[in-house]
Design a protein around this ligand. Sequence first.
Ligand code: IOT
Ligand code: MG
Ligand code: MG
Length: 515
Amino acid sequence: VYGFRVRIGTEGRPGGGPGGHSEPGSAPRFAVRGTHVPVHDGTAYPLWSGTAVTLGRPPVLVADGQVRLLLAGELYNRAELTGALGGSSAALGDAELLLAAWRRWGPGAFRLLNGRFAALLTDASTGATVAATDHAGSVPLWLRADVTGLSAATEAKTLAHEPGRPLGLSGTHTAPGAAGVCRVPAGTALLLHGVGGSDITARAVRTWTPPLSRALPGEREAVDLVGERLATAVRTRLRGGEAAPTVVLSGGIDSGGVAAHTAALAPGTRSVSMGTEVSDEFDAARSVAVHLGTAHSEIRLHSAELVRELPWAVAAAEITDPTVLEYLLPLVALYRRLDTGPLRILTGYGADIPLGGMHRRTASLWSLDDEIAGDMAGFDGLNEMSPVLAGIAGKWTTHPYWDRAVLDALVSLEPGLKRRRGTDKWVLRQALSGLLPAETVARPKLGIHEGSGTTSAWTGLLLAEGIRRDEVTAVKGAMARRLYDAVVIDTVPPEDVDFGETVRRSVDAVRRLRL
Ligand code: IOT
Ligand code: MG
Ligand code: MG
């Protein structure tokens, strides 16, 4: 399961559609593509109804006595969990394993998970409902409560038109422009009581927080730790019985490292690189692919076509920040151009956040570490790792650098191991030096928004409209917000967005401010 919209309550909604959608009989409009499977349990209070979106595998509303659990996503520390739980737990699916962990540890189970998931659980014996994210909040989880129940979904847009007056939920964040639609923070198990009444209460239990302390291992120890944890993170992300995995490869150290470990473990590993006529990183990616022997391909699209993918990027990420959209747009465009059919995609996304790759030109180790701490405090809600980005093309992504164990190790290294002897991301480059060509290990960082020409293509489009350079940022922001209002709040399908009109109206809005 990689998407859902469900209703938990004590009575059905009029309309009868999945989850009692406001338009009678209509199914919620997900951006993710997959098989829609009804989620239904009318055997115990609270009642469950709704829709899950799956990629082939059966839907999972698992049950244990009075407990019901819906898990979107997957777990990566199964071996640790089954070791602790013992018995025949190794044979369980991820959702059943989480249920077994719940039986043992209660809400504390969510502090034990290393995974990529959103989970929703009801325990009729105690009246508790739990809505939980993984440590990174990598699968967004949205809630909307009213006096008759609680709706929960992996996409905010599916909750934007709920009838009924919403109730506030403490410990959550409201979606821009969608009053009552609340996001469960990263690394949080939200414990709810009184669902289906006016006295609903929410208590946010933090299950992970980015470390603020730093450790001082020796060079060798640090390099070995990072190398081992990354290898494990890739291994646990490769599931048996699936088609060969695909790595989205820029040819930089981050995705090169993921590709190296993937290729070593999964025969037939594929790699793919995207570019435009403005810019590409094809040579760098090809060197890595040749070295590793991956089945490599290149996808080139015109920069104007790339910018026109913005409605899909916004529908997938459900964000209004144009800077982050410039990182995500080329990936969404790439995912949409991959072969159809389910695919497991591994990315190098996120490595630059704990390693300070975006801040390689800062003056001192303190300013580097301060930027890293700031980024680690500010990632939540940017939805950079959302499965919907590739789910919009019916694919599943996973990001080894934001594995909980990799991230804990990377964040907490003292900054002198991240920038050392003039080299950025030093510890990672060292850890991968035996696995990649020397030129890849030494290659300077290039952001995806630069390497794909995304930033300059979007800027170029606006300059051609007569926008001044100092207005470009404002117009990009206005476009992002306008697109968000259309595809998230008004649930317009991205293909129905009038892109030219979006550009014109955003330009006009900023020009009016000029006067
Ligand atoms: P960058 O690190 O360049 O790219 C992220 C991942 O996208 C790569 O590891 C690779 O898997 C994929 N990728 C990049 N370019 C291509 C390409 N041309 N073709 C195929 N795949 C590609 C921005 C960035 O620099 O991306 N992302 C940062 C974090 C941004 C800041 N966020 C924050 N402070 N919360 C990152 O760490 O990935
Ligand atoms: Mg990177
Ligand atoms: Mg890059």
